[in-house]
Design a protein around this ligand. Structure first.
Ligand code: ATP
Length: 134
């Protein structure tokens, strides 16, 4: 069994889709190990997205992820990292496959509803960042 860090981003909160997104993870069989709604500041956004801070798309991404409450969670299950990324779908909601969270619910490359850790190393780092007590 494996753990992964998931963010249900502020667009989901704003659109009333937190329950819908969470339902998909639960229905898949993943276990919620930790979950908290947070309003983050720029420093937390930079720490989370440290590999993107120098990129052109980052300033608007930082504004977006700090624009309202998000829900951070740790999910656990067999191959949870890969399973969550498959459920999330491709980064760009316009290109993500139907049946995925982004493919069904997002029409944006930035406001794409969810984040999921992309490797065991990222998951460990991100879980420690968001839930230092775990
Ligand atoms: P995540 O890491 O959030 O699960 P991802 O791995 O599919 O998504 P990354 O390439 O790590 O995507 O980018 C992180 C986030 O930055 C994306 O989820 C999206 O919100 C935003 N993003 C990435 N590329 C772009 C872009 N070209 N234009 C606008 N926003 C972008």
């Amino acid at each position: 069994s494996q753990r992964t860090l998931v963010l249900i981003k502020p667009d989901a909160t704003r659109r009333g889709l937190v329950g819908e997104v969470l339902s998909r993870f639960e229905a898949k069989g993943l276990t919620i190990v930790a979950m908290e709604q947070r309003l983050i500041d720029a420093a937390q956004a930079d720490a989370h997205y440290h590999e993107h801070v120098e990129k052109d798309f980052y300033p608007p991404l930082r504004d977006f992820v700090t624009s309202g409450p998000l829900v951070a969670l740790v999910l656990e299950g067999d191959e949870a990292i890969e399973v969550v990324r498959a459920l999330n779908g491709a980064t760009d909601g316009r290109k993500a496959a139907p049946g995925t969270i982004r493919g069904d619910l997002s029409l944006s490359n930035r406001e794409n509803l969810v984040h999921g850790s992309d490797s065991p190393e990222s998951a460990a780092r991100e879980i420690a960042l968001w839930f230092p007590g775990l």
